[in-house]
Design a protein around this ligand. Structure first.
Ligand code: DC
Length: 214
């Protein structure tokens, strides 16, 4: 029997919300809002792959970069939002040794006391198959391209709709088609299609799902 306050009891104390889905479906906004609403910590796991992608663009080996990744590499998320880094991230994410190097950090974050929201592609399927709540957030490629275009322009990146739509489709194909932990909805995930939803509707729907399991 496990005593009160023992390490194993503390580890059991976590409450994990896994939010997966394709690029620009609204995962990030929904995850941040769910975390703020319930007082959970939030990890955008795409930033891990983006940080590795940035190192690769600087000439560093992807596996070496993943193994040496530290929290300070995630300190300036805005600098990781460019289309070039997104593409590099999607490419390093197909490498099993890169993914393996990032597993422990994500699992430890997921089980932290006080609850955690992790968003990504394989959280409900591979990283946290026992998450208390799993959501798969999606939207049509066209809607996602419109949203991503706005985000990129707001961030000062100059691009156009056709280029962004092509990037969205290429990333979907690579993220969903890879052998190692492909993007997929877990069998027990709740599907949330945000194509026709305003941001606050999508956030409210996600909060309702989490509230029913809390
Ligand atoms: O969510 P994002 O667009 O920041 O992710 C960038 C890339 O990282 C994405 O194209 C695929 C990869 N990724 C992944 O393979 N697994 C995750 N859990 C998160 C992101």
């Amino acid at each position: 029997m496990v005593g009160r306050g023992s390490v194993s009891e503390i580890v059991q104390d976590g409450f994990t919300v896994a939010i997966d889905g394709p690029a620009a479906a609204g995962k990030g906004t929904i995850s941040r809002a769910v975390a703020a609403h319930f007082g959970f910590a939030h990890l955008d796991t795409g930033l891990l792959y983006r940080a590795v992608g940035r190192q690769v663009l600087a000439g560093i080996d992807p596996v070496v970069a993943a193994q040496a990744l530290s929290p300070s590499d995630l300190a300036d998320p805005g600098s990781l939002r460019s289309a070039a880094i997104a593409e590099a991230a999607s490419k390093v994410a197909v490498i099993p040794a890169v993914r393996a190097a990032l597993v422990d950090f994500q699992r430890a974050f997921a089980r932290r006391t006080g609850g955690a929201v992790l968003d990504g592609r394989d959280i409900g399927t591979v990283i946290c198959p026992d998450a208390e709540v799993k959501l798969f957030v999606t939207a049509s490629p066209e809607v996602r391209a419109e949203r991503r275009l706005k985000e990129l322009r707001a961030g000062g990146f100059d691009t156009d709709y056709d280029t962004v739509l092509a990037d969205v489709r290429a990333r979907d194909a690579r993220d969903g088609g890879r052998a190692a932990a492909p993007m997929a909805a877990a069998d027990d995930a709740v599907l949330l299609d945000t194509s026709a939803m305003a941001v606050d509707e999508a956030v409210a729907a996600a909060i309702r799902v989490v509230a029913t399991r809390r």
